[in-house]
Design a protein around this ligand. Structure first.
Ligand code: SF4
Length: 289
């Protein structure tokens, strides 16, 4: 890891990344793509050492409360966070200033901060987003080697729900010829039903590949799935969109199961929900008047 002093922390859409790079090792990771111009090794994590101070300054200056999001380019609950606790310190700031919070993670390590997440959710709104791709635990270890297993993530979702924290699952990517089966999909959806997730985000059943992440993905195919790289090249060439041949069938199952179980499945609706700030404390005060 190496430390840098960042100039700012919040994007125009109130997203933040306190770390750059990731040690979770997912073989399909889009954040490895060259277009993000990371000027260091992906696993050599860049730590924004002034992230907490920058966040406090930014929130103090904001006129309106909003949702603060994190986790789209780097999982903030990777191993390094155990020692640094920077995510926890940021959560304390978010709670102090009464903002909402949402995070995307694949780690059960988030439960360490359950106490603060609950406080944020009591005052405003806290939503935890978790990615689930692979029902088979052995396959999951190959595709996402350094994260909590799918079963552990599903248990985490249940604990969050039992503590009043709403959850959204990202059902992606689905890798053609690897985990694009009905059995895999139904297994994951079963976990989502058990954990009473609020919504599931799914674009198409497939993945995206571009320069940078394509090379890494192919090197892992060569290691774990002999001859599959050649099949990808034959089928998709250099395409960015890599749809599963089972896309239609799986998508129908996805929408049917979500509808039957009252799970939000419209992507736009899920994003609208994630972006909408709720001030529960103010609402409570008004109702008392
Ligand atoms: S957790 Fe996310 S950022 Fe980290 S390696 Fe996996 S896909 Fe990439």
């Amino acid at each position: 890891m190496h430390e840098v002093l960042a100039k700012g922390i919040l994007s125009s859409k109130n997203g933040m990344n306190i770390y750059r790079g990731c040690t979770h090792g997912c073989i399909y990771c889009d954040s490895r793509s060259n277009c993000y111009e990371m000027n260091h090794k992906f696993e050599d994590i860049e730590v924004k050492s002034n992230a907490v101070e920058l966040l406090e300054k930014a929130l103090r200056q904001k006129r309106c409360k909003c949702m603060i999001g994190t986790g789209s380019m780097s999982d903030p609950y990777m191993h390094i966070e155990e020692k640094l606790r920077n995510m926890r310190k940021c959560l304390e700031v978010i709670e102090k200033y009464g903002f909402g919070f949402t995070v995307i993670t694949k780690s059960s390590r988030i439960l360490r901060d359950l106490d603060i997440l609950k406080k944020i959710n009591q005052k405003a709104k806290c939503v935890v987003q978790m990615t689930l791709t692979t029902y088979d635990e052995e396959l999951c270890k190959i595709l996402e080697p350094n994260v909590s297993s799918t079963r552990e993530r599903a248990e985490t979702l249940k604990i969050l729900h039992d503590n009043g924290i709403p959850t959204i699952v990202w059902l992606c990517p689905i890798l053609p010829f690897i985990n694009d089966s009905e059995e895999n999909l139904r297994g994951i959806l079963g976990y989502c039903i058990e954990a009473e997730v609020k919504g599931i985000i799914n674009f198409d059943m497939g993945l995206t590949l571009r320069d940078g992440n394509r090379e890494y993905f192919y090197s892992k195919l060569d290691k774990h799935f002999p001859k599959l790289k050649e099949k990808y090249i034959r089928t998709y060439g250099n395409s960015y969109q890599i749809p599963s041949p089972n896309d239609k069938q799986l998508t129908k199952i996805f929408y049917d199961v979500c509808f039957q179980n009252g799970i939000m499945s419209d992507t736009e609706e899920c994003f609208k929900y994630l972006n909408t700030f709720e001030d529960k404390y103010a609402a409570e005060q008004i109702s008392l008047l």
